[in-house]
Design a protein around this ligand. Structure first.
Ligand code: HEM
Length: 319
């Protein structure tokens, strides 16, 4: 295992005055390395970053989409680009599951892949492109930057039924803790990862259970949710006041009982996770530090190797 750098004192990353956006090194998963494409495709990082930046300049809401796509990729069959595969007449793929229908941003990955195939055909995996794109999206939105270790292989399986293993928005803290524990995450890491909901929106269908019957909602916020839902199941509401900014306002919203999903609000309601929510609400630098470590860990889940995976020529179909 390669260690690129270590922090001598974790506490120095928690200084709100510094508001440090610049990543700290953590361990790198076996089989991955920071300089994986240095010789085989030296422009890889540059091409992905440029592609992401120009897409997000045109539509900043796509930062949320890329972050979520990386999560949904890694939790199902590991980080292997399985989320990118299109359905065929014989196979309904992950992306056509109800849990994934509101994912967006596939064309950004395709665009980067097309350019990379011209520069260095058959070298850069779709799973790596997605991991780099999610990292670049977090930074574009004002969140922490970090190095992405590369060398993931693309998987050959993408099946709708596997997506049953994504968390449901109606989950309570215990259910979330046990699902994330199955992937090796602590409760604190789960809360940090949930902080990705500082970006983006949910549709009414994901939170309407909270509009009428849930006692764990601020009454004004319940009215806001009801107003959104009056426009139908697909009407969108932001998780916090700053949809495109990676900040800690999501955690402040939870303290006010203005969390959008049951799975958000439960993090404050449950004594098992409330202290972490309060800490992140108070200290954005601490959130950034914990998020980047947990997000990098997520980016190394259940990796394929060259016998179980491949480098796809086209991210939407297996070779
Ligand atoms: C803790 C369990 C989680 C649950 C139950 C959950 C569920 C959801 C749901 C239901 C939506 C809205 C979908 C819709 O209505 O169309 C959503 C959006 C989102 N999720 Fe999660 N999520 C969880 C964790 C995460 C994690 C770990 C990440 C990334 C690290 C993440 C990133 C996002 C982002 C960025 C959006 C906004 C997407 C957009 O605006 O396009 N979520 N999530």
């Amino acid at each position: 295992m390669e260690i690129i750098a270590t922090m001598s004192s974790r506490s120095s990353g928690y200084n709100n005055n510094i508001n440090n956006r610049f990543g700290f090194g953590v361990g790198v998963a076996d089989g991955l390395s920071m300089n994986y494409y240095t010789l085989s495709c030296p422009m890889a990082e540059f091409i992905v970053k440029n592609t992401v930046n120009s897409a997000l300049q045109a539509d900043p809401t796509l930062a949320a989409a890329l972050v979520r796509m990386h999560f949904h990729d890694c939790f199902i069959q590991g980080c292997d680009g399985s989320i990118l595969i299109d359905s065929t007449k014989d196979n309904t793929a992950e992306k056509d599951s109800p849990a994934n229908l509101s994912l967006r941003g596939y064309e950004i990955i395709d665009d980067a892949k097309d350019q990379l195939e011209q520069q260095c055909p058959g070298v850069v995996s779709c799973a790596d492109i997605l991991a780099m794109a999610a990292r670049d999206a977090v930074f574009f939105a004002g969140g922490p930057i970090y190095d992405v270790a590369k060398g993931r292989k693309d998987g050959r399986r993408s099946k709708i039924e596997d997506t049953i293993n994504l968390p449901f928005p109606t989950f309570n803290a215990s259910q979330l803790i046990s699902m994330f524990a199955q992937h090796g995450f602590s409760a604190q890491e789960m809360v940090a990862l949930s902080g990705a909901h500082t970006l983006g929106v949910a549709r009414c269908s994901s939170f309407k259970n909270r509009v009428a019957a849930d006692p764990d909602v601020d009454s004004n916020f319940a009215k806001t949710m009801a107003k959104t839902c009056s426009a139908g199941d697909n009407a969108e509401q932001t998780f916090d006041a700053t949809r495109n900014d990676f900040d800690n306002l999501y955690f402040n919203a939870l303290q006010r009982k203005a969390g959008l999903l049951t799975s958000d609000q439960t993090l404050f309601s449950s004594p098992r996770t409330r202290a972490t929510v309060n800490a992140y609400a108070l200290n954005q630098a601490m959130f950034f530090f914990d998020f980047l470590q947990a997000f990098r860990k997520m980016g190394s889940l259940d990796l394929k190797d060259s016998s179980t995976g491949e480098v796809r020529a086209n991210c939407r179909s297996i070779n």
